[in-house]
Ligand binder design. Structure first.
Ligand SMILES: NC(=O)c1ccc[n+]([C@@H]2O[C@H](COP(=O)([O-])OP(=O)(O)OC[C@H]3O[C@@H](n4cnc5c(N)ncnc54)[C@H](OP(=O)(O)O)[C@@H]3O)[C@@H](O)[C@H]2O)c1
Length: 244
């Protein structure tokens, strides 16, 4: 059982999309304090209006080591860390700018969560019931067409999630990997297809946490793709190749 009531949580990239959905779910479930992290505090105004007593704005660009250092001294306690902030570019691995895009995406999608988690681990270890939720992607399980560099950054986050879970097993900190397919946020506005709402990702993530699951495929697309992967990793690769 992982009851969200009275918990203290921090959500990165909280100002929109899936991050905002995590904050709203935590609020509804009775969390005590929700640190909503964003790299531009003005973008948090509509979210803070929901409940300024519970939702606290914090400045955080996950690629900024100074922000991370300041945040770690600003927060007195923490039960749940949600590494949600991320960027995605449409870019193939053979494109001229693939190296530059790969560096940028690794900074935000992998090094950011790694550094932030390290900085907040001491607080999480003091909590009687703690969790780290890492928002990877089904593209982190098998490289998605036209998003090769992004997929590699999400595969790195997937590996980090597994490694952290192993390292923290004795500390009883739950580490949950979240692997969505296309979700209806600004990130996928160019994809014309039926997409679940970000609230579904939040709801299924917390359900998985409560059930003690290690990872969650929060939508039909990712669940189907993961089933193909479990059948045989190359089956998913072939399915993605046909989507090009
Ligand atoms: N939407 C999907 O289909 C999908 C599928 C699989 C995985 N995901 C993952 O889900 C997570 C949330 O994405 P989303 O769909 O909600 O996309 P989104 O609407 O584009 O939101 C991305 C969030 O990340 C923040 N962010 C980006 N770079 C940051 C940085 N350096 N420091 C701090 N915050 C930063 C953005 O802040 P700004 O507003 O300042 O830019 C924004 O709040 C991402 O990790 C994404 O890779 C999404």
């Amino acid at each position: 059982m992982f009851d969200l009531k009275d918990k203290i949580a921090l959500v990165t990239g909280a100002n929109r999309g899936i991050g905002e959905a995590y904050v709203l779910h935590l609020l509804q479930a009775g969390a005590k304090t929700i640190y909503a992290a964003a790299r531009d505090l003005d973008n948090l105004t509509p979210l803070l209006a929901r409940n300024p007593q519970v939702i606290k704005p914090v400045l955080l660009d996950v690629t900024n080591a100074e922000h991370i250092k300041a945040l770690a001294t600003q927060i007195p306690a923490l039960d749940i860390l949600i590494n949600n902030a991320g960027i995605a570019n449409a870019c193939s691995l053979s494109a001229d700018n693939a190296l530059q895009i790969a560096h940028t995406e690794m900074e935000t999608n992998y090094f950011g969560p790694l550094q932030l988690t390290q900085a907040l681990l001491a607080l999480l270890k003091k909590s009687p019931l703690a969790a780290v939720i890492n928002v990877s992607s089904i593209a982190g399980i098998s490289s998605f067409p036209m998003m090769g560099p992004y997929s590699a950054s999400k595969a790195a986050l997937h590996s980090f999630t597994q490694g952290l879970r192993i390292e923290l097993a004795a500390d009883k900190i739950q580490v949950l990997g979240v692997y969505p397919g296309p979700i209806d946020t600004r990130m996928t506005e160019a994809f014309e297809m039926d997409k679940p709402k970000p609230s579904q990702v939040a709801e299924r993530s917390f359900m998985a946490l409560d059930n003690g699951e290690l990872d969650v495929m929060p939508d039909d697309f990712s669940a189907q793709m993961y089933a193909a992967f479990l059948n045989h990793p190359h089956e998913l690769e072939k399915a993605f190749a046909q989507m090009q």
